[in-house]
Design a protein around this ligand. Structure first.
Ligand code: HEM
Length: 382
């Protein structure tokens, strides 16, 4: 990505490099090296480091990756909501306040929301792997621990994803990018007491939502905490300010929120069963946990599509159009060529990753072939 700024986004890098270069360099210097060197220690130094040293290495991997997440999100947040800059004599965007860039309100909420998405993904993977062990009646001690940890942390993360983080993100979009909010919600005409569309298909040519299933007044309430508040529809903005891909933006947003709602229901149900001591024997619930594993990946991707499609047609909201940020000497064909190349490479890496992860799960947390005493005890008790 950082190389791509230089190759495909030369005009953007030239204009905004003085700002985004700060956070991107900090990501490299402070977090990337911390994360990668600690990962080496974590993976290969277990025997030499001892228990505490190994734990510290794991903590540093966590710290490095979460710090890295912050610097990247702060860069994106500045593109969503540029503050702390001034326009220099040659027209370049210069950094006026380092702390405004780093503590951008948008960055703080976006970071919370994004990392909760990451935590939820981890919880569903952990719960799903644990459910797999319990359903196949192997490694049951680990299976129970995985399911318990995944469900407890996952329930908290799923709720926080909706409120306050998702709610605050929505408010920031409403206040700073009102055409984006209208497009995300499929709202073409301004309305007092605007409804929240649960389902429906946006028809951009006819400027309406087909087959809508709506909750009356709810969008006004969620946005401004007033049932009759006025929400501006797309028709109130010049069409040059509309996001280019309204249907894709609308569907991405609805997929994210729809899945988020399902996650709350699944995790809350699992937590209830856990509390009542029935979770490990509820095969149907374990199946649900296992089948849900791919869904947070889809929700995260849909979330990013919402944020990035929603920012269009701006590259830096209100400051620079996406069309003005490209490299003028790189032809569209060249950009397609490298994009397809990257897609191919990531598809191969993705398949390899799935294969390796599946092999690790199959091998199990303990070397196979010797059933532990604890496991045998669980089997006898069952
Ligand atoms: C539960 C209801 C949810 C609400 C109300 C919500 C709301 C939002 C909003 C308003 C945005 C910002 C869009 C923009 O900047 O234009 C967003 C972005 C995002 N969401 Fe959600 N979201 C929810 C659930 C989820 C879930 C379940 C995940 C993943 C597991 C997720 C992951 C993301 C990601 C990765 C982004 C992009 C980064 C960002 O701008 O924060 N969201 N969400």
């Amino acid at each position: 990505m950082e190389f791509q700024f230089g190759t495909n986004w030369a005009a953007f890098s030239k204009a905004a490099g003085g700002v985004i270069g700060q956070t991107l360099a900090m990501e490299g210097v402070f977090s990337f090296f911390l994360e990668s060197s600690s990962l080496g220690l974590f993976l290969f130094g277990e025997k030499k480091l001892g228990r505490i040293g190994h734990w510290v290495a794991a903590f540093l991997v966590f710290l490095g990756s979460w710090l890295s997440g912050y610097f990247i999100v702060a860069t994106d947040a500045w593109m969503q909501h540029p503050i702390g800059y001034r326009i220099g004599a040659n027209g370049a965007i210069e950094l006026a306040s380092f702390w405004d860039l780093l503590l951008n309100k948008w960055a703080l909420w976006q970071y919370a929301h994004t990392m909760l998405g990451a935590a939820q993904t981890g919880c569903f993977v952990m719960g799903g792997v644990g459910a797999f062990y319990l359903l196949t009646r192997r490694d049951q001690i680990y299976g129970r621990t995985f399911v318990r940890a995944g469900v407890i942390v996952g329930t908290v993360a799923a709720i926080l994803q909706l409120f306050p983080s998702g709610d605050m993100q929505g408010k920031l979009v409403a206040n700073n990018q009102p055409p984006t909010l209208a497009a995300m919600e499929g709202l073409f005409e301004s309305q007092e007491g605007a409804p929240l569309a649960i389902l429906g298909q946006p028809d951009v040519d006819k400027r309406r939502l087909d087959n809508p299933l709506e909750v009356p007044n709810m969008l006004s309430f969620l946005t401004y905490r007033q049932w009759r508040a006025n929400i501006k529809g797309l028709s109130d903005f010049p069409q040059t300010e509309w996001p280019d891909q309204i249907p894709l933006l609308y569907y991405s947003y609805h997929v994210m929120v729809g899945l988020g709602t399902i996650f709350i229901a699944v995790m809350a149900l699992a937590a209830l069963l856990q509390w009542r001591g029935k979770l490990y024997d509820s095969r149907w619930m374990l199946w649900i946990l296992m089948v849900c594993v791919p869904l947070p990946y889809i929700a995260n991707t849909a979330g990013w599509m919402t944020a990035e499609l929603g920012r269009q047609p701006w590259l830096i909201y209100g400051l620079m159009r996406t069309a003005s940020g490209i490299s003028p000497r790189v032809a569209a064909g060249n950009a397609w060529f490298t994009l397809i190349g990257f897609m191919g490479m990531y598809t191969v890496l993705g398949i390899l990753w799935l294969f390796l992860i599946y092999r690790e799960i199959e091998l199990g947390p303990e070397p196979r072939g010797h059933l532990q005493k604890d496991d045998a005890a669980v089997l006898v008790a069952d």
